[in-house]
Design a protein around this ligand. Sequence first.
Ligand code: PA5
Length: 453
Amino acid sequence: MEDLKLNISNVFPFVSESEVELMKEETRGSLEDIHKGEVKGSEYLGWIDFSSVHGEKLSAEIEETLEPFREKAEVIVVTGIGGSYLGSRAIIDSLSHCFEVFALRNDSPKVVFAGHNLSEDYLSGLLDILNEKSYVVVVISKSGTTTEPAVAFRILRNHLKIKYGKREANRRIIAITDPSKGALRKMADEEGFASFSVPGNVGGRFSVLTAVGLVPVFLSGFRIRRLIEGACRMEELTTPLVDCAENPSAMYALARNALYRKGKKIEVLATNHPGMIYFGEWWKQLFGESEGKGEKGIFPASVNYTADLHSMGQYLQDGERHLFETFLTINSPGRRLMIPHEEDDSDELNYLAGKRISRVQKMAESGTIIAHYDGGVPVLQIEIPSLDEYYLGQLIYFFEKACAVSGILLGVNPFDQPGVEDYKNNMFALLNKPGFEKASQNIAGRFKGRGSH
Ligand code: PA5
């Protein structure tokens, strides 16, 4: 079977062959240090072999425990934020029918998400739907204390209790959280929710291949075992035993850091399947939260082609030359559709008659790569043969490993996120959370007249 492929030939001449050659030793060293656990944040390296060590057992446990939940729910509400929802959303969106909104697969419940915003309209709208449907809540929070999912979960649990009574409500909740700490673990144990653990040594944004991602993906009806097989294959392809030049994660990390050192501060991930917009969101979180530290880091942005060629295409072609682009290409579509011949050719499209849409897309992509490269944008290319669970497993592990290596090359701890605490402290102070009284006094005067509710 074919594997994911990386092509870095279009980073030259923006970086030279000798610069790439010189960075191989540094990259190989970073990868080795990660595998030896001799890097900053080494307490969060559990994801490295999670799929090969625990994947099989965890899949069996998920299949055995969760089938009854699938049977009793028309809707699954996955409640989480950041690493506790983006990965599963990326996988489910990528694999779903593009018009999933019409619930075309009636053998599987429809998965919706909550707890990733503080929008009163969003949650109210969700309750409108849940009034009419049977549902189950999957609440995911490693810390068990994050405000957004905790607020959403309180509202959903309250709704469940009113709709089904407390006993049945508790039977409609699956909690995924720390094995022993946090408010959610305590509640899950006391109330007897079905529960799974987020391993202590796996950080949120590296947790998609643990129960955090696998539970929602299973409930959506997709093949978690194939996802794990794909990840295990990529684990083999990216160990320090593989020559650096042949290791796709290492070479991707190397290439992006080489470009960053040349002043290319922004990376744009270009996907070409409308179902992959959330894959771009997951990727942005993985790299943004891992690398944006100490006033350093490549800014991750994403586009979805060809739609965004008609919005961001102008900037990419012609704007400031501080960026590079990474194309994520799916080589074969899952379906087949040809452009028909029209006798009168009134739309002048007969030159495309008999061609598949994917052929036109491929030429649009190749034309874009050439145009952007000629316009001064270095281009990286990642290709997978098709969009399925196996190749998503490969892609996810590929990016996780690359992100770790890239963060070490950059000189940051890729596994922490100290910067996200600042907004939370201000929010708690402004909301008069107990324990934040002093901060509350310091900040209050700065927001006079705002937030009167
Ligand atoms: O990557 C991370 O660690 C974060 O994005 C977390 O996933 C996010 O903040 C949610 O945290 P928690 O799962 O503790 O609610």
